[in-house]
Design a protein around this ligand. Structure first.
Ligand code: SF4
Length: 477
């Protein structure tokens, strides 16, 4: 099994599959070259080829910036967004790639970063090929890797193993755990037979590789990053990068909802959340605001938590912020929320995909909605059947959701779509916990499989290629 800390990653915008994954893949490639004594001393040039969806929407998704940063040794979890920009700017202005301190090689972006928009590698729509060459033009080392969604990177061998049903022995990060659930039904049965919660199951599994402190601090850090992302998004005005010239909306909405707050939401809501407007639906506006704030930060290349992707990074923070600020949320509740949501996310990762290039937006905002619904249901005191029901509702009404970002930017429909995912998640949790007893007609396993089949059947033009839908029906500049 994967860890929830692989599912929730601190990263940078705007895309987990097109920014975070490629940066990690490029960094891993360069590290492997530098560690190999038959390669490292002789490298005179590196070249990167991008295939399929990465090539089609990579410019709008900052894949070029991510690749250059990764080749320069940066990683999304540790490098600050400003630092990444500075490294890439330096590379572009000098046309030299720093391999190590005091050692650089020429890098001409137009020659060494190749966009193969009409070519696809057979294993996955998000393919990359990295090559290192010697000074006499001999190929020293080459590898193909794939950004398979949610910032996860797989090698060619790993994807071939998946295709041949040899997944278990190949997955390098697979954990041996006390509760190895692979389906929602197994999760339900483990919870019932052991009289424990989904949160406790995830916690016990995480304990095989982490101390109590590491788990507690790891989850707290995720919330802190989400919270400061909301704060930054609510207080940063301006226009988002890219041809669409989209103005950020979150700061203005925050000012209206808070009636002119001079401090960020984390401070302001701590004092005022209980004496807000008498409009009974205003909580929905706050939830939408939180999601907008995160996704505007993501679109601007800011620091976000991949949850479970960057395009859908606003849904879970928005619902968790609603729990914290408006439901008197506690630290223990934050742990419950993210571990329960993580359990559901792992099911989608294992049994379908988090990649919009495979599943469309149902694999991003749909999955985030399902995870958030489960997390909130657990915090509302829902039992395991109600949690499973909330997760199922959260996906059932996102089935078929396409991915068609205008101009290849993670902005329209992405930013606003997160508000819909978040409010739908709250509705799903309330239906399941307040008005349901856990009995329901469609199981979570069935809906995950339906999402997978729908993703396979969906035409390629609706799967993160910007060749269909809004991307071709709206003039982009
Ligand atoms: S439409 Fe959905 S899946 Fe596609 S880039 Fe936007 S958020 Fe991601």
């Amino acid at each position: 099994m994967h860890s929830i800390f692989e599912l929730f990653k601190v990263g940078v915008g705007p895309s987990s599959s097109h920014t975070v994954g490629p940066m990690i893949a490029a960094q891993q490639f360069i590290n492997r070259c530098l560690a190999d004594s038959n390669v490292s001393p002789y490298i005179a040039r590196v070249q990167v080829k991008l295939y399929g969806s990465l090539a089609l929407t990579g410019i709008g998704h900052a894949t070029d910036t991510a690749i250059l940063a990764g080749l320069s040794g940066c990683l999304p979890a540790v490098s600050e967004p400003d630092e990444l920009q500075a490294v890439v700017q330096e590379l572009r202005s000098t046309q030299r790639l720093q391999l190590a301190k005091g050692r650089d090689i020429p890098f001409q972006e137009s020659r060494d970063l190749i966009w193969l928009r009409n070519e696809l590698l057979p294993q996955h729509p998000n393919g990359m090929e990295f090559s290192a060459w010697g000074s006499d033009g001999d190929l020293l080392y080459s590898e193909r890797s794939f950004s398979v969604g949610g910032g996860f990177v797989a090698t060619e061998d790993e994807l071939n193993a998946v295709a041949q049903g040899r997944l278990a022995e190949q997955a390098p990060t697979a954990l041996t755990v006390p509760y190895p659930f692979t389906t929602a039904l197994e999760l339900l049965e483990m919870a019932r037979s052991n009289h424990i919660t989904a949160e406790a199951i995830v916690h016990a599994n995480e304990r095989t590789h982490r101390s109590e402190d590491e788990i507690a601090h790891g989850v707290d850090r995720l919330w802190k990053v989400m919270q400061s992302c909301i704060d930054r998004g609510c207080t940063t005005a301006g226009v988002l990068p890219g041809a669409l010239r989209i103005a950020r909306r979150a700061p203005q909405i925050y000012q209206r909802l808070s009636r002119g707050a001079a401090v960020p939401p984390s401070e302001w809501l701590a004092q005022h959340a209980s004496d807000l407007s008498t409009d009974p639906l205003q909580h929905l506006d706050w939830i939408s605001l939180f999601a907008l704030a995160v996704n505007e930060e993501n679109a601007a290349g800011g620091r976000v938590v991949t949850a479970p992707t960057n395009g859908a990074a606003g849904v879970i923070p928005a619902v968790l912020a609603y729990y914290v600020y408006f439901m008197h949320g506690t630290s223990a509740g934050i742990q419950t929320f993210l571990k329960t949501a993580g359990a559901i996310g792992l099911l989608y990762k294992r049994n379908a995909s988090l990649s919009a290039a495979e599943m469309g937006c149902q694999g991003e905002v749909g999955v985030a909605c399902s995870m958030a619904a489960a997390g909130l249901a657990a915090c509302m005191g829902g039992h395991i059947e109600q949690i499973e029901n909330a997760a199922e509702i959260g996906m059932e009404h996102n089935l078929g959701l396409t991915c068609d970002p205008i101009a290849g930017l993670v902005q329209v429909p992405c930013i606003e779509r997160n508000t819909m995912g978040a409010t739908k998640a709250v509705n799903a949790a309330r239906l399941a916990v307040l008005y349901g007893d856990g009995k329901h007609f469609v199981s979570l396993d069935r809906v995950i499989e339906t999402m997978r089949q729908t993703g396979i059947d969906m035409q390629a033009k609706y799967k993160e290629t910007s060749l269909g839908g809004l991307a071709v029906n709206v003039v982009d500049c």
